[in-house]
Each structure stands twice: as structure tokens, then as C-alpha cells.
Ligand binder design. Sequence first.
Ligand SMILES: Nc1nc2c(ncn2[C@@H]2O[C@H](COP(=O)(O)OP(=O)(O)OP(=O)(O)O)[C@@H](O)[C@H]2O)c(=O)[nH]1
Ligand SMILES: [Zn+2]
Length: 361
Amino acid sequence: MASPAERSGRQVSRAIDALRRGQPVVIRDGKAAVTVLAVELAEDDTLAALDAAAPADVLITASRAATLKLVNQLAAASGPVRIGRVPWLDLAAAVALADPVFDLTRPLKGPFAARDVGAADAADAAIQLAKLAGLLPALFIREAVKDDREAPHVTPGDVASYVAPDRLRIVSRAHLPIAQSDKSMLVAFRGVPEQGEHLALLVGGAPAHDTTPLVRLHSECLTGDVLGSLKCDCGPQLHAALDAMAAAGGGILLYLRQEGRGIGLLNKLRAYALQDQGFDTVDANLRLGFAIDERDFRIAARMLNLLNIDTVRLLSNNPEKVEGLQAAGIKVAERVSLALPSNPHNAHYLATKRDRTGHIL
Ligand SMILES: Nc1nc2c(ncn2[C@@H]2O[C@H](COP(=O)(O)OP(=O)(O)OP(=O)(O)O)[C@@H](O)[C@H]2O)c(=O)[nH]1
Ligand SMILES: [Zn+2]
């Protein structure tokens, strides 16, 4: 029989799957319960079915609300913002609220009225589920009714346990000779299925017990790692890190499935589209409704724990990685910088990292 934790995990998986298929989900927090539907995938019929019980409002994040200049209406602007539904706020208008791609060409008319978000933990969990589903963080929301009982039901606690780093396990390991060292090994981890399998590449094999290994936290970047994008520095950093580890006699590269600083590939491309309009990497994330950086470095710390590593020499220019690891109990004995020459396409991106996200470059 499934344990309570397994049953709760299965419900969260079902809820994420439902959101991805454009179906509603119920989030229950004590006596309060809300029903949500992702704006991005809503259709006329699914929205009409949701609205049948009572017109559903629109839930967006604080950063999206700030972009839309809605925050000054609110006392607490750090959590999600619930926009009251008015007749002209139809599906197309809600999509425009959620998706910034048309912000410049078709400015939103309004006026929008922010209402009390109600069950705040349930609203937070709804936004987190949309992010786990790889969608824009915007949902239709109304109080749940009896007819919603077919939809997957979750609690904020279920969602928090689902993403807890201690769920991560090592599943498999094998030799993986690479150009820099034919003794390397690859270790695969299973955690949150929607995030993909995190990997640890042990360059030169398992590190000796008496050394402090050189470690790199590399966040997935399909465009840079695989396609040779010149917009970022990920591909060259990946290869330079492997070279540095080989030169040091070994090291560990954690390949974290945190594409686009945790917003996913589709949303990163949306951020790139905004960058084509002139916004920088920070503002693009905020306009989409995300945090500047959505990554959880406790996952990397948990991977290091499972590899029996408690102290590292970290290859990075990002002080937040150092702080994130240390807060999760990993000692960073030294930060080793990993800066590479810029090119005309990534010079502005690197300057933004230096000037706005505290990278030491
Ligand atoms: N959302 C978003 N993600 C981006 C953008 N450019 C690159 N990325 C992602 O940023 C991540 C790269 O970060 P890293 O190189 O691991 O880390 P960092 O924060 O730059 O810090 P370093 O350790 O100094 O390299 C990858 O997941 C990329 O996909 C962008 O413009 N928008
Ligand atoms: Zn990149």
C-alpha cells in the first residue's frame, strides 16, 4: 500500500499534469479551498465551466503586478496578487495580463482592481504548481465548489514536501570517459520528476577523501550547452570548468536541471523575446512574473551530501551560489572565479550579471 507521502506526491504529480493539460486543480488549505486553471492553457469551454459556479478572478505574481503597475494598490506586495474579474476581462485580456509579449504593442487598458487574495498559502501553492508545470505563473482562481471534486486536490503542505530536497536519491552510477579524463563517472539522481534527472560528473573518478574537491554548480542551458548560443557564457563555462577540474587532478560538476535559472526552456525563450525588445535578463524575468533567479541551491547541497562531500572549492562568480550552499550546510572553503572572455552578443548580459545580480566579474 502507498504511504501517505507517496499518495500526496502522486496527487501533486496529477495536479501538475492537469495544469499542463489545461484542466482545473483544487488547492485546500484547512477550511479554505480554491480551484485554479492556468491562464496560458485555458480554453473558452474550460473557462466557461470554471466561471459557471462564480466568475473566476486572475492570480498573478507580485513581480508581474509590479510590471503592470498594480502593486501600489496593495498593502503586501510580496505574495501573489488577485485581480477581480470584470466583464471585459475575458480570456484574451487574461492572457495579456499573464504574457508580457504584447505589453509594448498592446498596452493593457484596465482599470484593474486587486482584491484580497484570501487563502494566501493556497495562492502561493497555485503559483508554485504553475511554475513546476513550466507555465507562466498566472491562473484563474475562484473558491472551490462541490462540483470540483473530480479535479486533483492538493494542500500547500503536499506541494512543499514534493519539492523538498531531501526527496532526492542516487539512482545509478557508471563510468563515463570524457575528453578531459577517461576515469570520470556519472551519477544520476531522481528528485522532482518534472525537473528532470540531476547529474553529478565526477571528473577523474570519485574524489580522494583527504582533498577539498573543485566543484561547479552548472545550471542546464540547452541553448548554450548544446546549441552553441553566444547570448550567454554557459557553454564555454561548462568546458572551462571540466578543463580546470582535469588540471586540478579531479573535481565534481553538478549538472542541475534548472534551465533558464529555473524558469524552464519555454519561459527562457519568452525572456529572450523580451530581450529582443530591449529588456535585460533581470527585467525580462520580472516582466514574465518570475523572480530574478528561481533556482533552489539546496538541491545541489543535497547532491553533495549524498556524495559524502561536506567542503568544496566552488568554481563560480555568483555569491548567491556560495550563500545557498553554506545555508544548506556545505562549507565553501574557497570561491574560484570562472570568468571567460565576452563576445558582442553576451557582453550586455555579463555586464547585467555584474551590475544587477552581484556577480563578481
Ligand atoms: N531566465 C534566463 N535564464 C538565463 C538567461 N541567460 C542564461 N540563463 C540561464 O542561466 C543559467 C546559467 O547560470 P550559471 O552559469 O549556472 O550561473 P550564474 O548564476 O551565471 O553563476 P556562475 O557560477 O558565476 O556562472 C542557465 O540555467 C541558463 O539557462 C536569461 O537571459 N534568462
Ligand atoms: Zn546559457
